[in-house]
Design a binder for this molecule. Structure first.
Ligand code: NAG
Ligand code: NAG
Ligand code: NAG
Ligand code: NAG
Ligand code: NAG
Length: 459
């Protein structure tokens, strides 16, 4: 109730400003983690090392409620991605997402913000930037991430501005902008490196939710490494939960609403990191999870395994790989699908396919299908969840056990971590692969070579 009131208030305030800005959604459904303070320590490497930890499941949440919030959040996120792609690549159709089935928001980035005082700040920009670049390169650092909830996003702390203000963000490979939430403690007027651009942004969904504000060029630091002049969205209004974290989008620029370089590429550009690469280990075991930026952590690879590098098709702006086979098996039953495209999205918790694909796999394994209108969930019998495997780059990555159990309802029924939905905009044959996968498979995202490295995780 309080957030509804806040939303209304913000909407009213926003009408009295020249800014209109609406917000992407990746955080619409997240639940905040209230004790997520970052711990920092130094590492002697040229990469940013961010340990992660995972909370145990929230026993009170019904699995279908969690799935429903994921579906609506993802449909918004990919709607916003499609809107950005259309603006950035006029005349081209996104190869991964079908914009006709999702709520593609009205998205505006308007160059019309004027402010004499801030114009003065702009004039100082070039000199300051050169000074900062001459300062030298930061070469090491460690941060930490905490999950927002068992089925929510992983979040971590980054510093925005100078002096740096700690801001909690979700690292999302399924979007490409860095956008803060309201009231995260960052005030550009108190930062010596804030450069107000003349651009405002607005994202407005059909149901009138959204967010809006101003784009600043600002210094963003991860564990001491700086990205200078990074475009960040600073909202002046938002209809999303006040407790949501900000977002650091780690997909490609073609789906950036601001059509600006994503943070990873900015870090790379200023040589703050040796490679535009990061490794993600979303272990369910506390203290074994981490995000490493600038390289990857070989100790996260299970012994006897090696990284399998597979090409990424980023023509849609995402980290998309091809699986030659997708199989679901339980006991003596199994079913499989032929070639499918997988969008690797750390901002998604479960694994989604089209309802046709998912029903086919469920039916082959006698999994009870729970049809919820805009998605289908699966209820498995017995205590052992089915195993899902993707064959990618000639190697098969199998997900089984706990990670395939997304929760138990009060009825005692267990739900599978796979959901079928045609309302996420996924094109036929396209899957969205979230944390269920990253909790077992160490995944290295290499933007320099447009490839992904996969290996069973040592976590
Ligand atoms: C810029 O703002 C002014 C004053 O608010 C308005 O009249 C004008 O239409 C705006 N221009 C654009 C391109 O939005
Ligand atoms: C916004 O700034 C850019 C360069 O920073 C300039 O080219 C453009 O004319 C400006 N637009 C407005 C409306 O002031
Ligand atoms: C820049 O503009 C914003 C919004 O107009 C204002 O709140 C802020 O105080 C200005 N910054 C400075 C340094 O004057
Ligand atoms: C912000 O950065 C963009 C891209 O580097 C640049 O074109 C623009 O002039 C910058 N604006 C300010 C106010 O620094
Ligand atoms: C996009 O969705 C519409 C509506 O469901 C469907 O008719 C069309 O075939 C889809 N296009 C693709 C390429 O999947």
């Amino acid at each position: 109730m309080r957030s509804t009131f806040l939303t209304l208030l913000l909407l009213i305030l926003s009408t009295s400003t020249t800014f209109v800005y609406a917000h992407a959604d990746a955080h619409a459904h997240q639940q905040p983690h209230s004790h997520g303070l970052a711990r920092r320590s130094q590492r002697d490497s040229a990469v940013i090392h961010i340990p992660l930890e995972k909370r145990s499941p929230a026993p009170s949440a019904h699995p279908l409620a969690l799935i429903k919030s994921q579906v609506s959040g993802l449909s918004r996120k990919y709607g916003k991605n499609v809107a950005a792609f259309r603006k950035n690549k006029p005349g081209r159709v996104n190869p991964d997402i079908n914009g006709t089935v999702i709520d593609v928001p009205a998205l505006d980035v308007i160059a019309n913000v004027t402010d004499a005082l801030n114009a003065t700040m702009i004039r100082h920009d070039v000199g300051d930037l050169v000074g900062e670049l001459l300062e030298g390169r930061s070469t090491s650092g460690t941060g930490s991430l905490t999950p927002t909830s068992d089925y929510g996003m992983w979040t971590g702390s980054i510093k925005i501005g100078t002096p740096g203000v700690d801001v909690r963000v979700n690292f999302d490979t399924g979007s490409a902008d860095t956008v803060l939430n309201l009231n995260q403690g960052y005030d550009p007027s108190k930062s010596s490196t804030a450069r107000k651009t003349n651009k405002s942004f607005t994202v407005r969904y059909a149901d009138h939710s959204g967010e809006g504000g101003t784009i600043y060029n600002e210094t963003v630091s991860f564990a001491g490494k700086k990205a200078k002049g990074q475009a960040i969205g600073v909202p002046s209004w938002s209809s999303f939960a006040a407790s949501d974290p900000g977002i650091v989008g780690m997909a490609f620029q073609s789906v950036s609403s601001f059509n600006r370089r994503p943070l990873l590429q900015t870090l790379r550009r200023y040589d703050s990191i040796p490679r535009a690469m990061f490794g993600v280990a979303l272990s369910r075991t506390a203290s074994k999870a981490e995000l490493r930026i600038g390289g990857y952590n070989p100790s996260k690879i299970k012994s006897g395994n090696s990284i399998n590098w597979v090409p990424v098709d980023n023509s849609g702006g995402f980290w998309t790989v091809t699986a030659s086979k997708t199989n679901l098996a339980q006991g003596s039953t199994s079913g499989s699908l032929g070639s499918r495209k997988l969008i690797l999205d750390t901002g998604t918790t479960l694994i989604f396919g089209s309802t046709a694909d998912v029903k086919q796999l469920f039916n082959a394994n006698n999994i009870e299908i729970s049809n919820q209108g805009d998605y289908v969930a699966g209820i498995y019998s017995g205590n052992t969840p089915p195993s899902l495997s993707f064959t990618i780059g000639g190697k098969t990555y199998s997900l089984s056990g706990d990670v395939m159990n997304m929760g138990q309802a009060s009825t005692g029924k267990y739900y599978v971590s796979i959901v079928g939905s045609d309302s996420l905009g996924l094109k036929s044959g396209e899957w969205l692969v979230g944390d269920t996968f990253f909790s077992k498979v160490y995944s290295v995202f290499d933007a320099d070579r447009t490839r992904v490295g996969l290996a069973y995780g040592n976590f």
